[in-house]
Every structure is written in structure tokens, then in C-alpha cells.
Design a protein around this ligand. Structure first.
Ligand code: UDX
Length: 437
């Protein structure tokens, strides 16, 4: 929304939320999320045509176009538990829009939703019986965290789905005109509602599938002596495959991939397509296998036990340049190490202690974890280091110094293949990398 406000100076954008603390943060210079370039973008428009407010009803009433951007977590109760998307926040929004009235409106699904969610929103709005008419559109967001601003400035495409009726086409055109103020028209594609909703789930499923595919091959590389980066490079030069998203890692994380695939797989079950459901579900199973395998490799290297050993964890975010730890592979790895009775020293440049504790489901006074202010501190006195996020700052660490203050033999488990192997080996470490013997 900050980008829309920055680029469309004649449009007033008001972001509303129930949570006053969050809105206050958006109105300050300490934004609630860490994202390179975001503060500058917000500052460009805030107070001019970009506002943050808790006045939900009034804002909804006055708006012509409403983007629903609430979260759609995986259901943790009842039918579809652990797989289906929980749509209660979307439903509440739709009911609220119907309740406040105020004129004809375009309601845009920005949240990633299961196919045919728009139908639910439409039904709620059309039964409001308040004399106003509503057009429901789907406009999924494809930005990735850490590169959000450049992705928004220069997206590969913008997708807008709507009903194929005169009113639907007009509504799509209205939203397309917003994006057209900075994005080439050829990149703005329009589809029917269901195609748009399904495209978002499919894009994330395909991206995650590439990672699980290369991670599956990484296990075979470790067994055979092939090198996964060499394999990725060799296959990526085939223009039909392409080089991106082929970096083998300790597993994918983030709020989208797992959730969206589980959701896709649930939808397939629902529509009586169990084979299709199993096919996509395997992408998630492979990701779990990769995380488990990483810990198993650690155990194997360290004489089959980490009990009573201290491990330094470098990075907790699911990727670099974000303070987001949702579904981060670090969570499963730390929990498994704790289960094996290791103690942990954790350092991440952006993820807060409270976020880590809540992700691990632990209390603040759990003495098995020490939170550290630097990478050097996190490795001090440990038996092994596990590098779990590819933060740039880890590349320039002094590995000789780190090695000198660790228990011997000292192990380095590079879960991102980030550091030149020679540097780590020269320092004296026993090194483990993903997809290398
Ligand atoms: C993803 C999609 O890329 C984006 O289009 C969608 O809108 C939201 O979901 P995001 O989750 O922010 O974005 O990050 P992304 O860069 O896709 O990375 C996801 C995970 O995959 C990270 O844990 C990352 O480390 C991992 N990854 C990515 C790999 O392990 N290897 C790769 O080659 C690429």
C-alpha cells in the first residue's frame, strides 16, 4: 500500500488495523517489520496521501476500493486442521464491509486464499441488502520478503482476476489503472477470479517444488560424491529449467510455501483428486526430511550425540534481510537439538529474542538457550556451529578467531553453503555442507 501511495499521488491510501500498537509503529520511524527500503517508501507518502489508522469502520465507509490483506493461517482446529486455510479473518472483514455500507465498492482479495474464497466474500456482500453493489476481485501479491520494495517497483507481472461481466471488467480496469501508473501495461494481466486465486497457490507450489527437488538431489550428492552446486549450475543452464531457485539449503521456510502447498493439497482432496494432493504434499514432506537430515548429519559427525554439548546457531530468520522467523528451518533444527539435550547459543541480526522464544514455544527463563549479541559471542565455548540463515555479515566473520575459542574438535555445519569451504577448513574446522560429501 505504501508503494501504491508513493506511485499514485492522487490516490489516498489508508491502512487500517485493529491493533493500535502496530498502527502507532507504522506512524513512527520504527516500523513493525524489517524490510530494506520500506521506511524510505513509507516516508515518501506518509502524511501526504498515505495514512495509518485504527478508524476501521469510518475508513471502510469512505473508500471506493478496499484491499483485504488479513492473514489466512493454516487452520489449527476442527475440520481441515493442519491443512486448510483459516478464513475467519477474511469473513469478518467481508461482514464488516457489508455492515458499514457507504456506497458501491470494489473489494480486492490481497491475502493468499484458497480457490473460490471470492465466492464467500461475494455471498456475504450481496446479502447485505443495503442497496449498494460490490465487485470482488483477486489481486494476489508475489513479492518476496527481503526484496519487497524492488519486487513491487518492478514486478514480473501483476495479476488481477475478476468476474467476466461488464461491471467486473470495469472494476478490474479501475485497479489495473492504479498499477499502470508505474508498471508497463503488458505486465498487468487479467484473468477470471478462480484462475487468479489458483495462480498464486500454483506459483508458490512450483517455487517450493524446485527447492525440494534440488534438496532431494542434495541427499543423493552426499551419498555419491557429486556436488549439488555443480549439478544445479549444470541443469540451470538449460534455458528450459533456468538458474533461479535451485539453491540447495537446509530447507525452505517463510509464511507462504508450506501453508500454500498444504492448502493446495487440501483443496485437491476436497475436489476428489487424491493423487494430485499426494503429489504436492510430497514437496512438504521432502522439506521436513531435509531439516531432519541436517540434524542427523550433525549427530553422525559428533559421535552420535549432542547431549550436554553447546551449539552456536548463526541466523534464525527464514532467509536474509528479514526479521521474519515464521516456519524458519531454524525452528525445527533447534527443537530437534534441544530434544537431543544440546544447549544453544543463538544469534540473529534482526530476529528478536521474544520471536525466537515464541517460535520455539519456550519460556523466557529456559536455561538451555542463551541469546547472543554477536556471532562471535554465539560461538564462544561451543562444540559446533550451525549456520542457518544466509546473512551477508556471516561471510566476513573471522573464522580463525571463532575456531580458537571453541571446544575441539570444532564442527561447522553450513546449512546454506554460504562460506568458502577453504576458509573454514583452513581455520581448522571439520566442515559439513549441504549436498557435498
Ligand atoms: C515467497 C515467494 O517467492 C513469493 O513470490 C510469494 O509472494 C511469497 O512466498 P518468501 O517466502 O518471502 O516469498 O521468500 P523466498 O525468497 O521465496 O524464499 C522462501 C524460502 O525458500 C526461504 O527459506 C529461502 O531461504 C528458501 N530458498 C529459496 C532456498 O532454500 N533455495 C532457493 O534457491 C531459494
Amino acid at each position: 500500500m505504501a508503494m501504491i501511495a508513493k506511485q499514485c499521488k492522487d490516490t489516498i491510501v489508508t491502512v487500517v488495523d485493529l491493533n493500535k500498537e502496530r498502527i502507532d509503529a507504522w506512524n513512527s520511524d520504527t516500523l513493525p517489520i524489517y524490510e530494506p527500503g520500506l521506511l524510505e517508501t513509507v516516508q515518501c507518502a506518509r502524511g501526504k496521501n498515505l495514512f495509518f489508522s485504527t478508524e476501521i469502520d469510518q475508513t471502510l465507509k469512505e473508500s471506493d476500493v478496499i484491499f483485504i490483506s488479513v492473514n489466512t493461517p493454516t487452520k489449527d482446529y476442527g475440520s481441515g486442521k493442519g491443512k486448510a486455510a483459516d478464513l475467519r479473518f477474511i469473513e469478518l472483514c467481508a461482514r464488516n464491509i457489508a455492515k458499514v455500507g457507504g456506497g458501491d465498492k470494489i473489494v480486492v482479495e490481497k491475502s493468499t486464499v484458497p480457490v473460490r474464497t471470492a465466492q464467500m466474500v461475494k455471498e456475504i456482500l450481496s446479502e447485505a441488502n443495503n442497496g449498494y453493489s460490490y465487485q470482488v476481485l483477486s489481486n494476489p501479491e508475489f513479492l518476496a520478503e527481503g526484496t519487497a520494495i524492488t519486487d513491487l517497483e518492478n514486478p514480473d507481472r501483476v495479476l488481477i482476476g475478476g468476474e467476466i461481466t461488464d461491471e467486473g471488467i470495469q472494476a478490474v480496469e479501475k485497479v489495473a489503472n492504479l498499477y499502470a501508473q508505474w508498471i508497463d501495461r503488458k505486465k498487468i494481466i487479467t484473468t477470471n477470479l478462480w484462475s487468479s486465486e489458483l495462480s498464486k497457490l500454483t506459483a508458490n507450489a512450483f517455487l517450493a517444488q524446485r527447492i525440494s527437488s534440488i534438496n532431494a538431489i542434495s541427499a543423493l550428492c552426499e551419498a555419491t560424491g557429486a556436488d549439488v552446486d555443480e549439478v544445479a549450475n549444470a541443469i540451470g543452464m538449460d534455458s528450459r529449467i533456468g538458474p533461479k531457485f535451485l539453491k540447495s539449503s537446509v530447507g525452505f521456510g517463510g509464511s507462504c510455501f508450506q501453508k500454500d502447498i498444504l492448502n493446495l493439497s487440501y483443496l485437491c482432496q476436497h475436489f476428489g483428486l487424491p493423487e494430485v494432493s499426494d503429489y504436492w504434499n510430497q514437496v512438504v514432506l521432502m522439506n521436513d526430511y531435509q531439516k531432519n537430515r541436517f540434524v542427523q548429519r550433525m549427530m553422525d559427525a559428533m559421535f552420535n550425540t549432542v547431549s550436554g554439548k553447546e551449539i552456536g546457531i548463526l541466523g534464525f530468520a527464514f532467509k536474509k534481510d528479514t526479521n521474519d522467523a515464521r516456519e524458519s528451518p531454524a525452528i525445527a533444527i533447534c527443537l530437534k537439538l534441544l530434544e537431543e539435550r544440546a544447549t544453544l547459543r543463538i544469534y540473529d541480526p534482526q530476529v528478536k529474542k521474544e520471536t525466537i522464544l515464541s517460535a520455539l514455544g519456550l519460556l523466557a527463563n529456559d536455561d538451555r538457550i542463551t541469546f547472543c549479541k554477536s556471532a562471535i559471542d554465539a560461538t564462544s565455548g561451543t562444540h559446533a556451529v550451525a549456520l542457518l540463515t544466509e546473512w551477508e555479515e556471516f561471510k566476513s566473520l573471522n573464522f580463525n578467531e571463532i575456531y580458537s575459542q571453541m571446544e575441539k574438535p570444532a564442527y561447522f555445519f553450513d546449512g546454506r553453503n554460504l562460506i568458502e569451504p577453504k576458509i573454514i577448513k583452513d581455520a581448522g574446522f571439520r566442515l559439513y555442507r549441504i549436498g557435498k560429501k
